[in-house]
Design a protein around this ligand. Sequence first.
Ligand SMILES: [Zn+2]
Length: 325
Amino acid sequence: MPKAKDCLFRIGYFLYTHTRFGRYYHGKDIQKARDKYDEDGHTVIEPTLFDKLEITPIPVALDNYAYIIMETESNTCVVIDVGDENAVIRFLDRMNVIPAAVLTTHKHWDHSAGNRGMRKRYPGLRVYGGYYDNVPDATNVLMDIETIKFGGLNFTAIHTPGHTTGHVSYFLDGKHLGAPDCLFSGDHLFLGGCGRMFEAPPAKMLKSLDMVGRLKRETLVWPGHEYALNNLEFACHIEPDNQHAREKLEWAKNKRQKRLKTCPSTVAEELLYNPFLRTSQASILKVVALTTEDEEEKLGPPSDETRALVLAELREQKDAFKYIQ
Ligand SMILES: [Zn+2]
């Protein structure tokens, strides 16, 4: 990014994260979404059901998701990322449920602005957020890796710095719920993409992304935004011969034409088409001009330093990528 533009961006980012301007700006986005979609939101509400678990993505603002997670045996409910309390409370009221906690992935307003309203509506409600992120209206802070339990819901909060310093991804153990494990990845990992690296260098983000790659392949990924189309277009642009990316893009186009959700994907799928998880692949190294496929064969797998350079280059290309809707 040119220096003057970068400087302006930094000032804007500081104002967004440290002042009331950020909350105001987010409120404008909520209003825009209401004008565009009424109360229905950007995506049709459609719960995903398992044996003792029900996960409902709630559309918030223009493209965010909050998640309502219900353990159906003891009726325990936990909510992830309340960017707008009205959208969440409306649904909880309809279900006649009082949540046990709110888990916040990071401090950005589109993930946390509703924490205040939730605490007002449900006195005593616990609101969790990462220690390094100073999440608005949090009551409990989480360190690098912590286990938190609510009824039969067992979460591990994993510090995944990159998008913000204190970003947390929440891993839900599916074992006793008759469900696959789930990762609520906020703005760390999206379907086909990853978050912008606002507050940490690429090497740190790479480490956080490698954590995802070590999860069980069948783990479901529930991201903080509906960005599938944009991300998969970019994935196809970066790896035009990647059949998995092409097929997933066609599938996502079909879903979005009907305003249906594209989450969850799985870790196995993401490893096949998400360029940000594929920084060891010769096809990606070639695109970012760090090596040719022949050289790659000679040199063996790239070092973490090289992969961090690849990640930085990919991110830069993604930021400049023009997606035509
Ligand atoms: Zn964010």
